[in-house]
Write a protein that binds this ligand. Structure first.
Ligand code: UD1
Length: 421
């Protein structure tokens, strides 16, 4: 038996939806807890599978972890294990973010290589180069990253590209290094600001938070803390696209609209009206969205995680859109599934050209990753008939209560358990 989502197209989404903490923040914050002995508590955590998986990674290092509804408590022992368990890490790519905290705390870290995935190859060269600049040695041995560094010393580090994961790992190693580390061309995603804010609460000394130059003055020890995870801007933006595509009106609560300045501007260019408060915003669309171009870039550029939503919107827009993907080379693979739904889309290298059609037509489609899956569901909302979206475990990894939230907004969507197609 396997689950799929049955999406009946045609509904106009209306109402309000609450968004909880960001997947891409909570997993790093859980790793950051390793930096201080004692109990760190995170609230507003999303109830998604990745959280218990990350809890298993931390348990394999000797921590006690309890996950209760939206609260995760991590009890970190004085002596941490330095070797992350292969089985836990292999299920969760993001668990590579324990590398920085482990080398900082244990002077040694062994983390299985997570490997590539459906959106493209995901090397760790910048993570390794950064740790090496701090004085660690890193090698790949038997499919694992093995890092050693008896003394970590502050250093000047230039990243070739503002990698989110590399910035996080280097930052988490640098907070306990000797002296000052400067990370140039650092990623500036709101999730990195959230991580830096939590590290600061724990006693870290970080300047330039939210900019592309982070200066970290190492301290000898950090204290555990209590922290509320920031709202998930990618989930919030998914609802914004859903509202615009279905010509509906949706209020999204729990996300800072400034994290979506560019997204909301793009939706206005497509004809939507938007209103923003402090932790909420509304998107309303009366007619058919107009075609607009999207270019994915590191924050504050248009997020690569929203590229499938951009393709889905373009597929039903009035006119032709060009979408350029600059972050993950294989992220257009899912476009073939959109074509199955009747989208007029062609890709060539980094570019996709999408000629909008009035209405898509339902088909069985397969989600290859979290965001591709969400994009396919949005397309299904604008397709005639019942679209079956398979491999929904990907969607469940990033979107808590996805079906329930869609139903709350008036969509005709069911989770169905049947024999696989
Ligand atoms: C994080 C997010 C992911 C998002 C991405 C970009 C998490 C769990 N995941 O992934 O949802 O799509 O940021 O916003 O937070 N690269 C290298 N060498 C490295 C590191 C990265 O070449 O050492 C390349 C990658 O292959 C990719 C680009 O840099 O092409 C960006 O990757 P990165 O910003 O590191 O993304 P992640 O942290 O893996």
């Amino acid at each position: 038996m396997a689950e799929h989502f049955a999406v009946t197209g045609g509904a106009r989404l209306q109402g309000s939806v609450d968004v909880v903490g960001a997947k891409n923040s909570v997993l790093k914050l859980m790793a950051a807890a390793l930096l201080a002995e004692g109990t760190t508590t995170l609230t507003n955590c999303p109830e998604i599978l990745d959280v218990p998986l990350m809890a298993d990674v931390l348990r394999s290092l000797g921590c006690g972890v309890t996950v209760e509804r939206d609260t995760v408590a991590i009890d970190v022992p004085a002596r941490l294990g330095a070797e992350a368990d292969y089985r836990s890490v292999s299920k969760l790519r993001a668990s590579v973010c324990v590398l920085g905290p482990l080398i900082a705390r244990c002077r040694r870290a062994v983390v299985p290589l997570p490997g590539g995935d459906a959106i493209g190859s995901r090397p760790l060269d910048m993570h390794q180069a950064g740790l090496q600049r701090l004085g660690a040695t890193t090698e790949i041995e038997h499919g694992r990253v093995v890092a050693r560094g008896d003394v970590l010393r502050g250093a000047q580090i230039w990243l070739d590209f503002p990698s989110v994961g590399a910035t996080e790992n280097i930052l988490m190693a640098a907070v306990l290094a000797d002296g000052t580390t400067v990370i140039d061309n650092a990623a500036r995603e709101p999730e990195i600001v959230d991580l830096a804010a939590m590290l600061t609460q724990m006693g870290a000394k970080i300047e330039g938070i939210g900019t592309s130059t982070l200066s970290v003055h190492g301290v000898t020890a950090l204290q555990p803390t209590e922290h509320r995870v920031i709202g998930d801007r990618i989930v919030g933006a998914t609802w914004a696209f859903a509202a615009a595509m279905t010509r509906g009106e949706v209020t999204v609560r729990g996300v800072d609209p400034h994290h979506l300045d560019l997204v909301l501007d793009k939706l206005r260019s497509a004809g939507a009206e938007t209103e923003a408060g402090t932790q909420e915003f509304t998107v309303r669309m009366d007619g058919r969205p107009g075609a607009i171009d999207f270019v994915t870039l590191p924050y504050p550029g248009f997020a690569t995680d929203l590229q499938p939503m951009a393709i889905a919107l373009s597929a039903v827009a009035d006119g032709t859109s060009m979408i350029t993907e600059n972050v993950f080379e294989a992220r257009f693979r899912f476009v073939d599934e959109m074509v199955r739904l009747g989208a007029d889309a062609r890709t060539d290298g980094h570019h996709a050209v999408v000629r909008g059609v009035e209405r898509l037509s339902s088909a069985p489609v397969w989600a290859s990753d979290i965001r591709a899956g969400a994009g396919l569901v949005l397309a299904g909302l604008c397709a005639e008939g019942v679209t079956q979206v398979w491999d929904v475990e990907h969607i469940d990894r990033g979107y808590p209560r996805f079906v329930e939230n869609l139903q709350g907004l008036g969509a005709d969507v069911e989770r169905v358990l049947t024999d696989p197609l």
